[in-house]
Design a protein around this ligand. Sequence first.
Ligand SMILES: NC(=O)c1ccc[n+]([C@@H]2O[C@H](COP(=O)([O-])OP(=O)(O)OC[C@H]3O[C@@H](n4cnc5c(N)ncnc54)[C@H](O)[C@@H]3O)[C@@H](O)[C@H]2O)c1
Ligand SMILES: [Zn+2]
Ligand SMILES: [Zn+2]
Length: 337
Amino acid sequence: MKSVAIKGVREFIIKDVPEPQKEEGKVLIKVHKTGICGSDLHYFELGNPVGLVMGHEYAGTVLDNGGREDLKVGDRVTALPISPCGHCEACLSGNIHYCAETWTHGSGLSLDNPGGLAPMLSVRSDMVFKLPDNMSDEEGALVEPTAVGYHAINLADIDVGDDVLVIGAGVIGLMCAMFAKKSGASNVVISETNEARGEAAVKLGVADNWINAKDEKVMNDYLNTFDKVLECCGNSPAVNSAMNLVKAGGKVILVGVSMLPINFNSIQTVMKEITVIGAIAYKKEEFAKCIDMIANKEIEVDKFISKIVTLEDVQSCYEELTSGTSNSIKILVDPNK
Ligand SMILES: NC(=O)c1ccc[n+]([C@@H]2O[C@H](COP(=O)([O-])OP(=O)(O)OC[C@H]3O[C@@H](n4cnc5c(N)ncnc54)[C@H](O)[C@@H]3O)[C@@H](O)[C@H]2O)c1
Ligand SMILES: [Zn+2]
Ligand SMILES: [Zn+2]
Protein backbone atom coordinates (compact mmCIF):
# COMPACT_ATOMS: atom_id res chain seq x y z
CA MET A 1 0.00 0.00 0.00
CA LYS A 2 1.00 3.64 -0.39
CA SER A 3 1.88 5.68 2.66
CA VAL A 4 3.16 9.22 3.23
CA ALA A 5 6.17 9.58 5.54
CA ILE A 6 8.39 12.47 6.68
CA LYS A 7 11.51 12.62 4.50
CA GLY A 8 13.17 15.74 5.91
CA VAL A 9 12.53 19.39 6.73
CA ARG A 10 9.21 20.31 5.06
CA GLU A 11 9.41 17.25 2.86
CA PHE A 12 7.34 14.09 2.52
CA ILE A 13 7.92 10.92 0.57
CA ILE A 14 5.20 8.62 -0.79
CA LYS A 15 6.37 5.05 -0.30
CA ASP A 16 5.10 1.56 -1.00
CA VAL A 17 5.03 -0.26 2.34
CA PRO A 18 3.72 -3.66 3.45
CA GLU A 19 0.13 -3.67 4.70
CA PRO A 20 -0.21 -4.06 8.48
CA GLN A 21 -1.30 -7.56 9.45
CA LYS A 22 -3.85 -8.96 11.91
CA GLU A 23 -2.53 -8.96 15.46
CA GLU A 24 -4.03 -9.96 18.81
CA GLY A 25 -4.76 -6.85 20.89
CA LYS A 26 -4.75 -4.54 17.87
CA VAL A 27 -7.62 -3.52 15.62
CA LEU A 28 -6.85 -3.48 11.91
CA ILE A 29 -8.61 -0.52 10.30
CA LYS A 30 -9.33 0.51 6.73
CA VAL A 31 -8.86 4.27 6.91
CA HIS A 32 -11.56 6.41 5.30
CA LYS A 33 -10.63 9.93 6.38
CA THR A 34 -7.61 11.38 8.23
CA GLY A 35 -7.26 14.94 9.48
CA ILE A 36 -4.15 17.10 9.27
CA CYS A 37 -3.53 18.56 12.74
CA GLY A 38 -1.64 21.70 13.79
CA SER A 39 0.72 19.43 15.78
CA ASP A 40 1.56 17.53 12.59
CA LEU A 41 2.66 20.86 11.10
CA HIS A 42 5.35 21.16 13.81
CA TYR A 43 6.79 17.72 12.83
CA PHE A 44 6.69 18.75 9.15
CA GLU A 45 8.62 21.94 9.84
CA LEU A 46 11.20 20.14 11.97
CA GLY A 47 11.47 17.26 9.48
CA ASN A 48 11.68 14.89 12.38
CA PRO A 49 11.37 11.99 13.03
CA VAL A 50 12.28 10.85 9.54
CA GLY A 51 10.00 8.00 8.45
CA LEU A 52 7.07 9.03 10.66
CA VAL A 53 3.69 8.30 9.05
CA MET A 54 1.44 10.92 10.61
CA GLY A 55 -2.34 11.00 10.92
CA HIS A 56 -3.70 10.65 14.47
CA GLU A 57 -7.22 11.91 13.71
CA TYR A 58 -9.04 9.32 11.66
CA ALA A 59 -12.18 7.32 11.00
CA GLY A 60 -12.43 4.00 9.23
CA THR A 61 -13.90 0.51 9.31
CA VAL A 62 -12.77 -2.58 11.19
CA LEU A 63 -10.98 -5.19 9.03
CA ASP A 64 -10.03 -7.35 12.02
CA ASN A 65 -11.01 -6.86 15.66
CA GLY A 66 -7.78 -8.27 17.16
CA GLY A 67 -9.84 -10.15 19.75
CA ARG A 68 -12.08 -7.28 20.83
CA GLU A 69 -15.34 -9.17 20.88
CA ASP A 70 -17.64 -6.14 20.81
CA LEU A 71 -16.26 -5.05 17.43
CA LYS A 72 -17.04 -6.79 14.16
CA VAL A 73 -15.67 -6.49 10.64
CA GLY A 74 -17.22 -3.45 8.94
CA ASP A 75 -17.91 -1.48 12.14
CA ARG A 76 -17.07 2.19 11.76
CA VAL A 77 -14.56 3.38 14.35
CA THR A 78 -12.13 6.03 15.51
CA ALA A 79 -9.44 5.79 18.22
CA LEU A 80 -7.53 7.69 20.85
CA PRO A 81 -4.05 8.00 19.31
CA ILE A 82 -2.25 7.48 22.62
CA SER A 83 -0.49 4.63 24.41
CA PRO A 84 -1.05 4.85 28.19
CA CYS A 85 0.50 1.95 30.15
CA GLY A 86 -2.73 1.12 31.99
CA HIS A 87 -1.16 0.33 35.37
CA CYS A 88 0.63 3.46 36.67
CA GLU A 89 -0.91 5.85 39.20
CA ALA A 90 -2.07 8.22 36.42
CA CYS A 91 -3.72 5.46 34.41
CA LEU A 92 -5.41 3.94 37.46
CA SER A 93 -6.86 7.34 38.41
CA GLY A 94 -8.37 7.87 34.95
CA ASN A 95 -5.79 10.47 33.96
CA ILE A 96 -4.33 8.51 31.06
CA HIS A 97 -3.10 11.78 29.56
CA TYR A 98 -0.64 12.11 32.50
CA CYS A 99 0.90 8.65 31.92
CA ALA A 100 4.61 8.76 31.03
CA GLU A 101 3.92 6.25 28.23
CA THR A 102 1.04 8.19 26.68
CA TRP A 103 2.96 9.64 23.73
CA THR A 104 5.72 7.07 23.32
CA HIS A 105 3.81 4.69 21.02
CA GLY A 106 0.99 6.97 19.82
CA SER A 107 -0.82 6.09 16.62
CA GLY A 108 0.44 8.45 13.91
CA LEU A 109 2.74 9.98 16.52
CA SER A 110 5.49 7.34 16.78
CA LEU A 111 7.62 5.37 14.34
CA ASP A 112 6.32 2.02 15.61
CA ASN A 113 2.65 2.91 15.11
CA PRO A 114 2.11 4.48 11.67
CA GLY A 115 -0.99 6.66 11.39
CA GLY A 116 -3.75 7.44 8.93
CA LEU A 117 -1.73 8.83 6.02
CA ALA A 118 -2.11 5.34 4.52
CA PRO A 119 -5.13 3.22 3.53
CA MET A 120 -4.74 0.85 6.52
CA LEU A 121 -3.48 1.03 10.06
CA SER A 122 -3.31 -1.11 13.17
CA VAL A 123 -4.13 0.41 16.59
CA ARG A 124 -4.34 -0.78 20.18
CA SER A 125 -7.78 -2.29 20.59
CA ASP A 126 -8.48 -0.66 23.98
CA MET A 127 -8.18 2.79 22.36
CA VAL A 128 -10.85 2.14 19.71
CA PHE A 129 -14.35 3.63 19.87
CA LYS A 130 -17.27 2.61 17.69
CA LEU A 131 -18.96 5.44 15.77
CA PRO A 132 -22.76 5.69 15.75
CA ASP A 133 -24.43 4.99 12.36
CA ASN A 134 -25.65 8.56 12.01
CA MET A 135 -22.12 9.94 12.22
CA SER A 136 -20.15 10.54 9.01
CA ASP A 137 -16.52 9.51 8.49
CA GLU A 138 -15.70 13.21 8.29
CA GLU A 139 -17.23 13.80 11.73
CA GLY A 140 -15.48 10.67 13.01
CA ALA A 141 -12.11 12.09 11.95
CA LEU A 142 -12.92 15.26 13.90
CA VAL A 143 -13.64 13.55 17.24
CA GLU A 144 -10.00 13.77 18.35
CA PRO A 145 -9.53 17.55 17.91
CA THR A 146 -13.03 18.08 19.33
CA ALA A 147 -11.93 16.24 22.47
CA VAL A 148 -8.83 18.45 22.75
CA GLY A 149 -11.05 21.57 22.79
CA TYR A 150 -13.52 19.96 25.19
CA HIS A 151 -10.79 19.03 27.68
CA ALA A 152 -9.30 22.55 27.54
CA ILE A 153 -12.72 24.10 28.19
CA ASN A 154 -13.32 21.76 31.11
CA LEU A 155 -10.06 23.01 32.61
CA ALA A 156 -10.97 26.64 31.86
CA ASP A 157 -14.13 26.16 33.93
CA ILE A 158 -16.08 28.87 32.09
CA ASP A 159 -18.62 30.78 34.21
CA VAL A 160 -21.85 32.08 32.73
CA GLY A 161 -21.23 35.61 31.51
CA ASP A 162 -17.45 35.22 31.13
CA ASP A 163 -15.52 37.28 28.60
CA VAL A 164 -13.34 34.75 26.80
CA LEU A 165 -10.44 35.23 24.40
CA VAL A 166 -9.23 32.40 22.19
CA ILE A 167 -5.83 33.01 20.59
CA GLY A 168 -5.53 31.28 17.23
CA ALA A 169 -8.39 30.17 14.97
CA GLY A 170 -7.08 26.82 13.78
CA VAL A 171 -9.40 23.91 14.51
CA ILE A 172 -8.27 23.71 18.14
CA GLY A 173 -9.04 27.40 18.73
CA LEU A 174 -12.38 27.08 16.93
CA MET A 175 -13.34 24.08 19.06
CA CYS A 176 -12.41 26.01 22.24
CA ALA A 177 -14.44 29.03 21.08
CA MET A 178 -17.43 26.80 20.25
CA PHE A 179 -17.34 25.13 23.68
CA ALA A 180 -16.80 28.46 25.49
CA LYS A 181 -20.04 29.78 23.98
CA LYS A 182 -21.85 26.54 24.78
CA SER A 183 -20.62 26.78 28.40
CA GLY A 184 -22.24 30.20 28.84
CA ALA A 185 -19.55 32.74 27.95
CA SER A 186 -21.32 35.97 27.02
CA ASN A 187 -18.58 37.21 24.74
CA VAL A 188 -16.06 35.09 22.82
CA VAL A 189 -13.33 36.92 20.93
CA ILE A 190 -10.74 35.28 18.67
CA SER A 191 -7.36 36.83 17.98
CA GLU A 192 -5.58 35.83 14.78
CA THR A 193 -2.61 36.86 12.68
CA ASN A 194 -4.26 35.34 9.58
CA GLU A 195 -7.19 37.55 8.55
CA ALA A 196 -8.89 34.81 6.55
CA ARG A 197 -9.04 32.58 9.62
CA GLY A 198 -10.19 35.40 11.93
CA GLU A 199 -13.04 36.22 9.57
CA ALA A 200 -13.92 32.53 9.17
CA ALA A 201 -14.23 32.12 12.96
CA VAL A 202 -16.96 34.77 13.05
CA LYS A 203 -18.69 33.49 9.89
CA LEU A 204 -18.75 29.97 11.33
CA GLY A 205 -20.60 31.34 14.34
CA VAL A 206 -18.13 30.27 17.05
CA ALA A 207 -16.87 33.78 17.94
CA ASP A 208 -18.71 37.05 18.47
CA ASN A 209 -15.85 38.96 16.97
CA TRP A 210 -12.19 38.68 15.97
CA ILE A 211 -9.20 40.95 16.45
CA ASN A 212 -6.02 41.19 14.43
CA ALA A 213 -3.10 40.11 16.62
CA LYS A 214 -0.72 42.03 14.34
CA ASP A 215 -2.46 45.34 15.11
CA GLU A 216 -0.73 46.68 18.23
CA LYS A 217 -3.29 49.38 18.84
CA VAL A 218 -6.19 46.93 18.85
CA MET A 219 -4.26 44.57 21.12
CA ASN A 220 -3.62 47.50 23.51
CA ASP A 221 -7.32 48.35 23.56
CA TYR A 222 -7.99 44.88 24.96
CA LEU A 223 -5.35 44.89 27.74
CA ASN A 224 -6.63 43.28 30.99
CA THR A 225 -10.04 42.49 29.49
CA PHE A 226 -10.77 38.77 29.55
CA ASP A 227 -11.78 36.43 32.40
CA LYS A 228 -10.40 33.36 30.60
CA VAL A 229 -7.90 33.12 27.75
CA LEU A 230 -7.21 29.95 25.77
CA GLU A 231 -3.88 30.06 23.92
CA CYS A 232 -4.12 27.78 20.87
CA CYS A 233 -0.97 28.62 18.85
CA GLY A 234 2.10 27.56 20.82
CA ASN A 235 4.45 30.48 20.19
CA SER A 236 5.95 33.29 22.29
CA PRO A 237 3.92 36.23 20.88
CA ALA A 238 0.69 34.29 21.45
CA VAL A 239 1.57 33.38 25.05
CA ASN A 240 2.57 36.99 25.76
CA SER A 241 -0.70 38.28 24.37
CA ALA A 242 -2.54 35.83 26.65
CA MET A 243 -0.79 37.29 29.71
CA ASN A 244 -1.41 40.87 28.51
CA LEU A 245 -5.08 40.51 27.66
CA VAL A 246 -6.28 38.43 30.62
CA LYS A 247 -7.75 40.31 33.60
CA ALA A 248 -6.03 40.39 36.99
CA GLY A 249 -7.08 37.20 38.78
CA GLY A 250 -7.96 35.58 35.45
CA LYS A 251 -7.06 32.23 33.99
CA VAL A 252 -4.88 31.32 31.00
CA ILE A 253 -5.10 27.85 29.47
CA LEU A 254 -2.07 26.89 27.39
CA VAL A 255 -3.21 24.49 24.69
CA GLY A 256 -0.69 25.34 21.96
CA VAL A 257 2.31 23.01 21.80
CA SER A 258 5.81 24.34 21.20
CA MET A 259 8.88 22.23 20.58
CA LEU A 260 10.99 25.29 21.42
CA PRO A 261 11.17 27.25 24.70
CA ILE A 262 8.58 30.02 25.01
CA ASN A 263 9.72 33.46 26.21
CA PHE A 264 7.21 35.47 28.14
CA ASN A 265 7.17 38.37 30.51
CA SER A 266 6.52 36.58 33.79
CA ILE A 267 6.06 39.81 35.77
CA GLN A 268 2.54 40.09 34.30
CA THR A 269 1.68 36.66 35.64
CA VAL A 270 2.98 37.61 39.09
CA MET A 271 1.43 41.07 39.31
CA LYS A 272 -1.96 39.95 38.00
CA GLU A 273 -1.93 36.63 39.89
CA ILE A 274 -2.83 34.81 36.71
CA THR A 275 -3.67 31.12 37.00
CA VAL A 276 -1.86 29.32 34.19
CA ILE A 277 -2.99 25.82 33.29
CA GLY A 278 -1.59 23.49 30.66
CA ALA A 279 -4.07 21.34 28.73
CA ILE A 280 -3.07 18.15 27.02
CA ALA A 281 -5.27 15.73 25.14
CA TYR A 282 -8.32 14.35 26.98
CA LYS A 283 -9.62 11.69 29.28
CA LYS A 284 -11.26 8.65 27.74
CA GLU A 285 -14.68 9.76 28.94
CA GLU A 286 -14.21 13.20 27.37
CA PHE A 287 -13.43 11.51 24.05
CA ALA A 288 -16.59 9.39 24.40
CA LYS A 289 -18.68 12.43 25.34
CA CYS A 290 -17.51 14.20 22.15
CA ILE A 291 -18.73 11.26 20.05
CA ASP A 292 -22.14 11.60 21.76
CA MET A 293 -22.31 15.37 21.34
CA ILE A 294 -21.51 15.13 17.62
CA ALA A 295 -23.94 12.24 17.08
CA ASN A 296 -26.73 14.07 18.96
CA LYS A 297 -26.09 17.18 16.84
CA GLU A 298 -25.42 19.12 20.06
CA ILE A 299 -22.34 20.46 18.33
CA GLU A 300 -21.56 20.84 14.64
CA VAL A 301 -17.96 20.13 13.73
CA ASP A 302 -18.04 19.20 10.03
CA LYS A 303 -18.40 22.90 9.22
CA PHE A 304 -14.67 23.22 10.02
CA ILE A 305 -13.69 20.97 7.09
CA SER A 306 -12.34 22.97 4.16
CA LYS A 307 -11.51 20.19 1.72
CA ILE A 308 -10.80 16.49 1.28
CA VAL A 309 -7.61 15.61 -0.60
CA THR A 310 -5.54 12.59 -1.70
CA LEU A 311 -2.20 11.23 -0.42
CA GLU A 312 -0.52 12.92 -3.41
CA ASP A 313 -1.85 16.28 -2.19
CA VAL A 314 -0.40 15.93 1.33
CA GLN A 315 2.87 17.77 0.54
CA SER A 316 1.13 20.81 -0.97
CA CYS A 317 -1.50 20.89 1.80
CA TYR A 318 1.18 20.99 4.52
CA GLU A 319 2.90 23.79 2.61
CA GLU A 320 -0.42 25.61 2.40
CA LEU A 321 -1.24 25.14 6.09
CA THR A 322 2.18 26.45 7.20
CA SER A 323 2.03 29.50 4.89
CA GLY A 324 0.33 31.66 7.55
CA THR A 325 -2.16 32.94 4.97
CA SER A 326 -4.17 29.84 4.07
CA ASN A 327 -7.93 30.12 4.33
CA SER A 328 -8.30 26.38 4.78
CA ILE A 329 -9.15 25.24 8.29
CA LYS A 330 -9.33 21.45 8.64
CA ILE A 331 -8.03 19.47 5.68
CA LEU A 332 -8.96 15.80 5.56
CA VAL A 333 -7.10 13.20 3.53
CA ASP A 334 -8.87 10.28 1.86
CA PRO A 335 -6.04 7.71 1.57
CA ASN A 336 -8.02 5.53 -0.85
CA LYS A 337 -8.29 8.13 -3.59
N1 LIG B 1 -2.61 20.45 23.99
C1 LIG B 1 -3.07 19.54 23.16
O1 LIG B 1 -3.51 18.47 23.55
C2 LIG B 1 -3.05 19.81 21.68
C3 LIG B 1 -3.70 18.98 20.78
C4 LIG B 1 -3.71 19.30 19.42
C5 LIG B 1 -3.04 20.44 19.00
N2 LIG B 1 -2.38 21.20 19.90
C6 LIG B 1 -1.65 22.41 19.53
O2 LIG B 1 -2.56 23.47 19.47
C7 LIG B 1 -2.12 24.44 18.54
C8 LIG B 1 -3.23 24.73 17.56
O3 LIG B 1 -3.56 23.59 16.78
P1 LIG B 1 -4.34 23.81 15.40
O4 LIG B 1 -4.51 22.48 14.79
O5 LIG B 1 -5.52 24.66 15.60
O6 LIG B 1 -3.17 24.60 14.63
P2 LIG B 1 -3.15 25.65 13.45
O7 LIG B 1 -1.73 25.80 13.06
O8 LIG B 1 -4.15 25.24 12.41
O9 LIG B 1 -3.69 27.01 14.12
C9 LIG B 1 -2.90 27.93 14.81
C10 LIG B 1 -3.40 29.33 14.44
O10 LIG B 1 -2.75 30.28 15.26
C11 LIG B 1 -2.56 31.48 14.50
N3 LIG B 1 -1.53 32.27 15.17
C12 LIG B 1 -0.19 32.07 15.18
N4 LIG B 1 0.42 33.01 15.95
C13 LIG B 1 -0.57 33.79 16.47
C14 LIG B 1 -0.58 34.90 17.36
N5 LIG B 1 0.55 35.40 17.89
N6 LIG B 1 -1.79 35.42 17.68
C15 LIG B 1 -2.93 34.93 17.17
N7 LIG B 1 -2.97 33.89 16.31
C16 LIG B 1 -1.80 33.33 15.96
C17 LIG B 1 -2.19 30.95 13.12
O11 LIG B 1 -2.42 31.92 12.12
C18 LIG B 1 -3.11 29.73 12.99
O12 LIG B 1 -4.32 30.05 12.34
C19 LIG B 1 -0.85 23.85 17.91
O13 LIG B 1 0.28 24.34 18.59
C20 LIG B 1 -0.99 22.37 18.18
O14 LIG B 1 0.26 21.72 18.24
C21 LIG B 1 -2.38 20.93 21.23
ZN1 LIG C 1 -4.03 16.46 16.74
ZN1 LIG D 1 0.23 4.72 32.78
